[in-house]
Design a protein around this ligand. Structure first.
Ligand code: NZQ
Ligand code: ZN
Length: 383
């Protein structure tokens, strides 16, 4: 185990009426005017927004409204949000939505006090020194953004989808009410499952050191997510499955699983972020295509680790294990081949070029150069 510092300051409010209870946290923080950020209008149609706003008014808090975050949030939206936040002199942000809304909120929070372009943080030119406090009401369990210090934004002009991390953008508090996620459809729930699973696998499979506790925690989470997902797809109103999945997805990327780990790269995310930067593909949708291809490539390098995963989860090893995992993804209704998400062989070189630029930025260009990436993606062409 390598040395590490673990500090996760986010308060989690879990369960019934969590979305109302969090308003007291904003009030107790002494904030006077919050900026409510949300997605494409669903929270207004289903009454969630109104319920939260009524509680905000009851608590005599000021607020302003900024909706329209689209899935895979873009830099121009963040720029507009920063301008809106400054114009309205807000002192806090309340994000109501999934990973996209929360990531946009974090980027706006970090850009608020920065005089130049917020993209500088994503481009690793500099780091923020101050940020607005972010509170979140999670409506879609998947990314872990509600309890981590990461924001992922797409620079749509440059077709770059990059993440930046700063302890200043850990949410102060996040409200997790599993009932709110019951309206997530099966397609999106399957995307969520593959995302949460990939967050665990990125560290569990590719870390270079032996960590018994992390491995066991990872396996417990993987098993739980697999079972919960099957239950959710069968009955989207299953409260226990929604609750267990929600907390598992949070734990999958809140930093606990990478404590003491070294030498892992989040390679599937590197590849997928290029795909969703360039094409209209949801994050989980892209991961379902990248993961089986990467797993088959990675198994040729680290057979023991991959076999341990497929054996524990799907009772198979070797190529059969990788196939079993892919078939499980397909049983959720997910596409696992590039052609199925509208990407042709002729586009692979273009994607690999984009990945290579991102790999250079992340200093993993030796492990994931253009040729290697092309080789991995070509595996996702096979029928
Ligand atoms: O736009 P709204 O109206 O909110 O609708 C969303 C959206 O259409 C909908 N949805 C959300 N809650 C719902 C719901 N539909 C029905 N009922 C509900 N209760 O679901 C759609 C997808 O939402 P989105 O927020 O885009 O999904 P997700 O949470 O998967 O977030 C994906 C984004 O997060 C990034 C991804 O790259 C992608 O941009 N990630 C962020 C990470 C982080 N910050 O740590 C890590 C991840 O690896 C990931 O990269
Ligand atoms: Zn992810």
């Amino acid at each position: 185990m390598t040395d590490f510092v673990f500090q996760n300051p986010t308060k989690i409010i879990f369960g019934e009426e969590a979305e109302l209870k969090i308003v007291a946290d904003i009030k107790d923080g002494g904030y006077k005017k919050t900026m409510i950020i949300y997605g494409m209008g669903r929270v207004k149609q289903n009454g969630l927004y109104d319920r939260v706003v009524r509680r905000i008014i009851k608590n005599e808090l000021g607020f302003t409204d900024f909706g329209g975050v689209r899935p895979n949030p873009v830099l121009s939206f963040v720029h507009d949000g920063i301008e809106w936040a400054r114009k309205n002199e807000v002192d806090s942000i309340l994000a109501i939505g999934g990973g996209s809304v929360i990531d946009a909120a974090k980027a706006i929070a970090a850009g608020f006090y920065y005089d130049a372009d917020v993209w500088d943080f994503f481009d690793k030119k500099t780091s923020p020194t101050k940020a607005l406090p972010v509170f979140t009401i999670l409506t879609l369990a998947a990314t872990g953004s509600e309890m981590n210090n990461v924001s992922v934004i797409t620079n749509e002009e440059e077709q770059k989808k990059y993440a930046f991390g700063s302890n200043l953008i850990f949410p102060v508090a996040s409200a997790l009410n599993p009932s709110i996620t019951m309206s997530v459809d099966n397609r999106q729930s399957a995307f969520a499952a593959v995302d949460a699973i990939s967050h665990i696998l990125e560290v569990y499979l590719s870390k270079q050191n032996n960590l018994r506790l992390n491995d066991r925690l990872s396996e417990a989470l993987l098993r739980t997510i697999v079972k919960d997902t099957e239950k959710i797809l069968e009955n989207p109103q299953d409260y226990d499955a929604r609750a267990s999945f929600m907390w598992s997805a949070t734990l999958a990327l809140n930093g606990i699983l990478s404590c003491g780990a070294e030498g892992y790269y989040f390679a599937n995310h590197l590849l997928e972020h290029s795909i969703s930067a360039m094409y209209d593909v949801a994050h989980g949708e892209g991961l379902a295509v990248v993961l089986p291809a990467w797993l088959s490539w990675f198994r040729e390098r680290e057979p023991k680790r991959v076999d341990r995963f497929t054996k524990k989860l799907f009772k198979k090893t070797g190529d059969e294990g990788v196939v079993a995992f892919e078939w499980w993804l397909r049983s959720l209704g997910l596409a696992t081949r590039l052609g199925e998400i509208g990407i042709k062989e002729s586009q692979i070189s273009y994607i690999a070029e984009n990945v290579a630029t991102a790999a250079l930025r992340s200093k993993i260009y030796k492990e994931y150069d253009k040729k290697t990436v092309e080789g991995i993606l070509k595996r996702a062409l096979r029928s």
